[in-house]
Design a protein around this ligand. Structure first.
Ligand code: C2G
Length: 129
């Protein structure tokens, strides 16, 4: 069984998020998703996501393409998560192209094309206007 792992915030869940999860799942037989915590987001962007980590996790774990979820507490722990969850493949969107190549010694690393014209940031901007 081929185990796939991916990571993300998945705030204001949208079609780009769904498409990457579907395509990540199609790379193997079992999809594990690391959901970045509110604290991790705050440390990166000095602001919290709109949806809490609990709600973001509930949404992701309810998807039929997702088999298992956990909280990603630190960007530095990616290698540990890959080992802990016995991942054969790491999938990320190509906005992260090249950024996780160091994990090629642990598993296959695949970057998938981002869905154009949609992002959480753009949704927030449109609503604000
Ligand atoms: N994504 C996509 N198309 C979009 C928007 C996002 O394919 N239009 C993908 C991203 O490339 C990423 C995933 O959806 O692989 C989750 O995106 P975000 O919620 O923005 O998560 P991010 O902040 O990139 O992840 O360790 C990484 C962190 O958890 C951060």
């Amino acid at each position: 069984m081929k185990r796939v792992i991916t990571f993300g915030t998945f705030d204001l869940f949208h079609i780009g998020h769904l498409r990457i999860l579907e395509r990540a799942r199609a790379q193997g037989d079992y999809l594990i998703v690391g959901i970045s915590t509110d604290a991790l987001n705050f440390s990166k962007k000095q602001k919290n996501p709109i949806y809490t980590e609990k709600d973001r996790m509930r949404i992701i774990e309810s998807l039929k393409v997702v088999d298992e979820v956990f909280y990603e507490e630190s960007l530095e722990l990616k290698g540990e998560y890959i080992k802990k969850y016995n991942a054969d493949v790491l999938v990320m969107g190509n906005d992260w192209e090249g950024r996780f190549d160091e994990f090629k010694s642990l598993c296959e690393v695949i970057y998938l094309e981002r869905t154009p014209s949609i992002s959480t940031t753009e949704i927030i901007e449109i609503i604000k206007e």
